[in-house]
Write a protein that binds this ligand. Sequence first.
Ligand SMILES: NC(=O)c1ccc[n+]([C@@H]2O[C@H](COP(=O)([O-])OP(=O)(O)OC[C@H]3O[C@@H](n4cnc5c(N)ncnc54)[C@H](OP(=O)(O)O)[C@@H]3O)[C@@H](O)[C@H]2O)c1
Length: 251
Amino acid sequence: MIRQIWPGPERALGDDDLEQLYRYPADPRWLAVNFVSSVDGAVEIGGKSAGLSNPTDRVVYQLGSDLADVVLLGAGTATIEAFDGIHPDERTAERRRRHGLAPVPPIAVVTSGQSLPPDAPVLTGASVPTIVITSEQAPPALVAAWSAAGAEVLVAGREEVDLRLAIATLVERGFGRIDCEGGPRLFASLLEAGLVDEVRLTLSPLLVAGTADRIAVGADFLPAGAALASVLTDGATLLLRYFPSPDERNA
Ligand SMILES: NC(=O)c1ccc[n+]([C@@H]2O[C@H](COP(=O)([O-])OP(=O)(O)OC[C@H]3O[C@@H](n4cnc5c(N)ncnc54)[C@H](OP(=O)(O)O)[C@@H]3O)[C@@H](O)[C@H]2O)c1
């Protein structure tokens, strides 16, 4: 049973309550980033996130994509986790109908070109065209191969991917509810660009040690604050929501 412990009063949450809490606000853009981490901060076990997840995490993970217009991924996560697009079951289909959403949200993958081969399942297995977000530096033959594999290529930026331009273009095209499912390098870049509206973090009751990354890695980013939005529990699992907020720094 998932319980909300903050803000109070403490109460058990049913499916409708969870849907209410995790629905995207009416803002033209709402970019929510979803991660599951161990208590000691690991973002993967044996190279993948599955070992960190559990049924409670899967409830909110599912809500993230069920209620979104688009699912945003870095090329690393898309390929390592072998994403093959969203294939809604009956429950998701009903939920999306009820919220007036398109039947299937496309995946949008951010890449310079290096880590996204044209035969990646995220291109070949998707039921709606995957959007490949890249820069003008991507080799033309590769761009052609992505298109031939069924992708729609969105070029944003000259030397590097311009994430602000890419996200603004997605919003313009009607993809304002954005569910980013990682990974750590994309998350850090989005933070650096000031594009993250919400962080949804599952803290899984596991201690992993080893050399795993944490949830944000790579880009320069000055410490910034995060305002706590909600805390849910289910047994020893914590479901946390934060709004990045410079004003909360060291508060
Ligand atoms: N625990 C969780 O919730 C969770 C969630 C997601 C992923 N993960 C784990 O994270 C690991 C993958 O980590 P990762 O850091 O490689 O993932 P990632 O951030 O998904 O992928 C990194 C790649 O994405 C592209 N990218 C990211 N930011 C970019 C930018 N600003 N401009 C252009 N391209 C950009 C680049 O691809 P190119 O090399 O093609 O340029 C980069 O090499 C896996 O082990 C996965 O299981 C865990």
